[in-house]
Design a protein around this ligand. Structure first.
Ligand code: FAD
Length: 364
């Protein structure tokens, strides 16, 4: 990932607040990062990607997250699409799709439906086989990056099990409608996707016939670790802003940092950043070692980092006071963005339920 941070700094600069305000990231920014393979840096070199380790990709994800959570969200979607194709696709499908994702195209992943949010087992989208084609019918909601995407990986029911299917956004029957004024990550291109009898070649189907929740868990694993690292980035941005302000602003004749109650906020923020970093490093180590702990470590990283980011961003707002009470201030954006991280890729409660199941089933 040499040079990747400099490229992100060049492309993002101080424009994240403006992108948030207008609800759009310029297409050339996304295409440039995609063409360099940086939106899904874990794609193996054999498939045209950068072959980054989870640890390296995670640190890069945190860096992007510290600059712009909307861009990091697009990156999470692209990485999750690539991971789903890697895990569920055949060698032929890898050759068909992965070089595109590491070569300039953009992707989104659609699970959620109006009546299937936390409970994805309530999903009703169908992928129906018809000779050598499939027909996709359903309604997906809140699909991050769908506004920008060339292809949308749609999860649905397939026979008695489930499958994912790669749907070109331009296919007849696909309608992508932006979610109006999301409260955070406003430039991440969230959209609702209607699939009205979309007919595709059967070769677009990935992993047909698996149990639905197994397939969902596989795909979500990448989303979770990516969001977790993104939350580390939010915490780093908040810590930087809070300590910079506390060092320079004087009240009651001394720096804010020298008031013990403010100093405690800084200690809390540093602690949050360190806790989130350590759980993410542990999860990435599990990914890189192929450890059986990987799934649980990833849920833990997501749950801990999202909670720490939401609390940390609120703490940073407190330290900055009115200085952060402007729409678009880095800490104000972090406050809105971080809260959403507690809702997605398995909300805090859903992650807690998974962790509780794990705790109960652990040997004494
Ligand atoms: P609900 O499921 O209605 O839950 C509401 C509340 O109840 C939550 O706090 C939840 O934790 C709690 N709850 C629900 N069930 C339980 C339970 N059994 N026990 C305890 N508490 C429970 N979806 C995609 O498919 N692709 C995307 O790219 C995507 N991106 C998103 C980006 C953003 C910014 C947002 C806000 C959403 C996105 N989503 C995406 C949808 C997201 O995955 C869902 O919002 C999420 O799964 C929660 O579903 P819900 O909003 O319907 O809430």
């Amino acid at each position: 990932l040499a040079g990747a941070r400099d490229l992100v700094d060049d492309l993002v600069g101080d424009r994240a607040a403006e992108w948030d305000r207008i609800g759009l990231i310029p297409d050339d920014v996304l295409r440039t990062l995609s063409a360099r393979g940086l939106l899904c840096a874990g794609v193996p070199e054999a498939s045209g990607g950068l072959g980054a380790s989870s640890a390296a990709n995670g640190e890069f994800t945190a860096f992007v997250g510290s600059r712009c959570s909307s861009l990091r969200s697009v990156m999470t979607s692209q990485g999750m699409a690539a991971w789903t194709i890697q895990r569920l696709g055949s060698a032929q499908q890898h050759a068909e799709y992965l070089p595109k994702l590491a070569g300039g195209q953009l992707a989104a992943v659609a699970f959620s439906e109006p009546e299937a949010g936390s409970d994805l087992s309530a999903m009703t989208t169908t992928i129906e086989r018809d000779d050598n084609t499939v027909i996709v019918r359903g309604q997906k909601v809140w699909t991050t990056a769908a506004h920008y995407a060339d292809m949308i990986v749609v999860v649905g029911r397939y026979g008695s099990g489930a499958a994912a299917v790669v749907v070109p956004a331009s296919a007849p029957g696909v309608t992508v409608t932006r979610v109006a004024q999301p409260s955070g990550c406003r430039a991440a291109g969230h959209a609702n996707v209607t699939l009205d009898a979309v007919r595709l070649p059967a070769t677009a189907v990935l992993g047909g016939g698996q149990p639905l929740m197994l397939l969902v868990t596989t795909a979500l694993a990448y989303g979770r670790i990516s969001v977790a690292w993104g939350c580390v980035g939010i915490l780093r941005a908040c810590l930087d802003a809070a300590r910079g302000h506390a060092r320079t602003r004087t009240q009651f004749g001394k720096r804010l940092a020298d008031h013990q109650l403010v100093a405690r906020h800084l200690a809390t923020l540093l602690t949050s950043e360190q806790i989130a970093t350590r759980v993410c490093e542990h999860a990435s180590r599990c990914w890189d070692d192929g450890s059986p702990e990987m799934v649980v470590a990833t849920v833990l990283a997501k749950q801990v980092s999202a909670v720490q980011a939401a609390q940390g961003a609120a703490t940073a707002v407190q330290v900055l006071g009115s200085a952060a009470a402007h729409e678009g201030h880095v800490v104000e954006r972090a406050y809105r963005d971080a809260k959403l991280m507690e809702l997605i890729e398995g909300s805090t409660e859903i992650c807690q339920l998974i962790l509780a199941d794990h705790a109960v089933s652990m040997p004494a």
